[in-house]
Design a protein around this ligand. Structure first.
Ligand code: ZN
Length: 172
């Protein structure tokens, strides 16, 4: 077992046991629901955005250890960051989780790189990031509530294209 694999296991278990930033925000700038049907993970992400910065981020919902740990780490990574930096982070995290290797600029998030080899779990790890991306898009277009589904039929790693189909839902 590689060094990162051990760190990964410890970090995921630790974050899943005591998730950071778990809860709800009220008021919030945007509230985004994210669903991963292939595993049953359901996430609700709350963001407070002010002056182009993510002032606060919280999440609620339920799901497997990987989805919970990923959301916990993600909220930690984006709190206090300018939106432009958060967008960069989303792109880098997705590239790493889709098999492009460890990206040291991701800091603590590199422990999740091992998930790129566990194809069935990639969507669990990306759920929070897909939800974040949808939340930022919703906020930019003046919406306060949204929902996004990680497509159950999405392919696996295929090079440069993101393998998750993201779509908005207005089924309310
Ligand atoms: Zn899951």
């Amino acid at each position: 077992m590689g060094f990162l694999d051990q760190i990964y296991r410890d970090a995921v278990l630790e974050h899943a046991r005591s998730p950071r930033n778990r809860g709800e925000l009220d008021p919030y700038s945007v509230k985004q629901e994210g669903i991963n049907p292939s595993c049953g993970d359901e996430l609700v992400l709350y963001l407070q955005i002010r002056d182009g910065t993510v002032e606060d981020a919280r999440f609620s919902g339920h799901g497997c250890a990987i989805s919970q740990a990923s959301a916990s780490m993600m909220t930690q990574a984006i709190k206090g960051k300018p939106l432009a930096e958060v967008e960069t982070l989303i792109g880098r995290f997705k590239a790493m989780i889709h098999g492009r290797g460890v990206d040291p600029s991701l800091g603590d998030l590199v422990v999740l790189e091992g998930i790129s080899k566990l194809h069935a779990r990639v969507k669990c790890a990306t759920l929070s990031w897909v939800t974040l991306q949808a939340a930022l898009a919703a906020e930019a277009s003046g919406e306060r509530v949204g929902q996004v589904t990680v497509d159950a039929d999405g392919g696996e790693t295929d090079g440069t294209q993101p393998t998750l189909e993201e779509r908005s839902s207005d089924s309310s």
